[in-house]
Design a protein around this ligand. Structure first.
Ligand SMILES: [Zn+2]
Length: 405
């Protein structure tokens, strides 16, 4: 017998059983040992051993159930201790970064937004963000041995190695930048990396316990447009780590505006809130946009355009309706290609009833009922930015059986 192989195999089984217990409790909440054993198909003896180990490490906590199971007896439930460990996060976008710390349940320990210039110098920016992050850790008082490491969620396309960022679409000034190596050198902690939209979606899946196992399409419409795809609860990145880059689907055939990706006529150049605001400003006139015209001279915002459209401004409506038509066209293609269980909508744009109702109406145009994927606004809309990057590391830790990466 090859003992080293047998040893590895046992260690692997042990870790996968620990991971199953941790993920089951994270998704389902507190359970008894018996309930856990039944949910995971493990023997009571195996469950006793695994949970004793995790209790000893402080990852689980015991609580008596509310309901009595016999005279004077209450069932003991096991649950994750959310404050057993925490993870740090850096969400790096265009013009800003969010530095944060999160507990294992996604609750926020601290969060701070840092303003950055466009095309921020990569080396200096990572050094500065690391310094500030470690200062926040010290101010929070959290002990170093509780910190799992750092999750980095960055705008743009990751390198093939999954540890560098190929391009950030003007967030940083560098290409093929080894961002994990740099953050590790500055913080002394392990780093996991993701694209920012996929990180937001991963946080949604982590926190939305009831629907996490479905196949879903995630549409983020904030200043730009981004997408992400999950297949049976797992995010699909694609062969080139560019899956669901819906914002850069060619939308306008001729005369399209330049996109920051280098092409012209991308969906983002016509349907994003930034593009909608730009188009409305260009159309501004007393006749075409009378309600918006009344606000001339002020610093017009996307909210102003949506408010004007809601109140019946013809020009504002034309701009928004055109944008939504293009957006729905791309989304309908995604539905026919991917057959998702639902489309999760995330971003400030979906807080506007006019935008959301127009999108719902457009999604029904030309579609048979078998391809009507439900549009669901994220229950976490606007709240995932401080959580997403840190949760990358927290989720990795739980999937790894409570062993640091
Ligand atoms: Zn583009």
């Amino acid at each position: 017998m090859d003992k080293p192989f047998a040893g590895d195999n046992m260690a692997g089984i042990r870790r996968s059983n620990r991971a199953a217990v941790l993920r089951c409790l994270q998704e389902k909440g507190n359970l008894s040992r018996k309930g856990l054993a039944a949910a995971l198909g493990l023997t009571p003896a195996a469950m006793t051993k695994i949970t004793a180990e995790l209790l000893g490490e402080g990852l689980l906590q015991e609580t008596p159930s509310a309901a009595a199971v016999g005279v004077g007896r209450r069932e003991i439930l096991l649950g994750l201790d959310p404050h057993a460990r925490c993870a740090l996060g850096v969400l790096l976008g265009l013009g800003r970064a969010i530095l944060s710390g999160v507990w294992l349940d996604g609750s926020v320990l601290f969060a701070e937004t840092v303003t950055l210039p466009p095309k921020a110098p990569a080396e200096e920016t990572v050094a500065d963000l690391s310094r500030r992050l470690m200062a926040l850790v010290r101010e929070s008082g959290v002990k170093r041995d509780r910190i799992l490491g750092l999750g980095v969620a960055v705008r743009g396309i990751l390198g093939a190695d999954g540890r560098s960022v190929h391009r950030t679409f003007d967030a940083l000034d560098a290409f093929d930048f080894p961002i994990c190596d740099r953050f590790e050198a500055h913080t002394g902690m392990p780093v996991v990396l993701s694209n920012n939209v996929r990180a937001l979606f991963a946080a949604e899946l982590f926190l939305d316990r009831g629907r996490a196992a479905d196949s879903q399409f995630f549409l983020r419409c904030d200043s730009g447009i981004g997408g992400a795809l999950s297949i049976r609860g797992r995010i699909w990145e694609g062969e080139g780590r560019q899956c669901a880059e819906i914002g850069h689907i060619p939308a306008v055939r001729r005369g399209g505006r330049p996109c920051h990706c280098g092409k012209c006529g991308c969906l983002e150049t016509v349907s994003s809130p930034t593009a909608i605001l730009q188009a409305a400003k260009e159309r501004l006139s007393p006749d075409r946009t009378p309600l918006l015209w009344a606000k001339r001279g002020t610093d017009l915002t996307f909210d102003d355009v949506l408010d004007a459209a809601t109140r019946g401004d013809v020009g504002a409506r034309e701009v928004v309706d055109r944008a939504v038509e293009y957006l729905a066209g791309a989304l309908k293609a995604a539905v026919y290609l991917l057959d998702p269980g639902r489309i999760v909508l995330y971003g400030a744009a979906f807080d506007h009833p006019y935008f959301l109702s127009r999108l719902r109406a457009e999604m029904d145009v030309g579609v048979d009922e078998r391809h009507e994927a439900p549009l669901v606004k994220s229950p976490f809309n606007g709240a995932l930015e401080p959580k997403a990057a840190g949760l990358l590391m927290a989720a990795r830790y739980l999937e790894n059986g409570g062993v640091s990466v």
